[in-house]
Design a protein around this ligand. Structure first.
Ligand SMILES: Cc1cc2nc3c(=O)[nH]c(=O)nc-3n(C[C@H](O)[C@H](O)[C@H](O)COP(=O)(O)O)c2cc1C
Length: 202
């Protein structure tokens, strides 16, 4: 089959994109509004951009009524956010935080998650997640109907038990979740990890 995007509906294009850009990491973002209300939501149009400075990018859309999603609005207004890593045991709670709650609702309470203070930003961290990444807004580009949020990583909080002897996260030690097409997900499992050294580094 051949698909030309110019002949496809927006929905069909979206479904092709999310079933072919896989697996996608999930940035589970916690923020606080300028009025002090906590918010959490997952985003899988998410990638690393640069390590010097350490930058990530997340693409966030609008709500039905064309208002910016709460996460976008909070990052724009406060300049700060935390990316929390989703592990397999947290997927149900992550899914609750994807619901379109009113901006007045504290999503930590809705998903029964525990907010803990960050060190360098006002946005709270999610205690139940083993990796929290404190970020500050670097820039926001408005592209099509999306906000492409660039964040600079300021500090990592990583559960000690996950680090290997070199100080990196040992991916064999936790089931980090990725997003696939439709409502499908995957997680990293020990038996699916393989090592492939570059030919010039063997
Ligand atoms: C796994 C997952 C990934 C998602 N990825 C995105 C994304 O990349 N961009 C986006 O705008 N919405 C994404 N969503 C939908 C948002 O999480 C959802 O619209 C949420 O209600 C936004 O919350 P907020 O208004 O509190 O920011 C995703 C949802 C799920 C479950």
């Amino acid at each position: 089959m051949v698909f030309d995007t110019k002949n496809l509906s927006e929905d069909k294009i979206y479904k092709l994109m999310i079933s072919t850009i896989v697996p996608r990491p999930i940035a589970w973002i916690s923020t606080v509004s300028k009025d002090g209300i906590y918010n959490i939501a997952p985003f899988s149009f998410y990638m690393g951009i640069s390590s010097s400075p350490p930058l990530v990018a997340i693409s966030i859309g609008k709500k039905d009524e064309k208002k910016k999603k709460d996460t976008w609005k909070n990052i724009e207004e406060t300049g700060e956010f935390v990316i929390n890593v989703v592990t397999y045991d947290l997927v149900e709670k992550m899914n609750i935080t994807a619901l379109p709650f009113d901006e007045e609702i504290d999503e930590f309470k809705e998903a029964e998650l525990t907010p803990i203070q960050s060190d360098l930003v006002k946005a709270p961290r999610i205690k139940e997640s083993p990796i929290n990444i404190e970020c500050k807004k670097y820039m926001i580009l408005e592209i099509a109907d999306m906000g492409l949020i660039f964040g600079e990583i300021l500090r990592y909080h990583i559960d000690d038990s996950l680090l290997n002897e070199k100080g990196y996260v040992d991916n064999k030690k936790l089931k980090i979740v990725g997003r696939l097409g439709g409502a499908d997900y995957c997680y990293i499992s020990y038996e699916n990890i393989f090592t492939l050294k570059r030919p010039d580094k063997r």
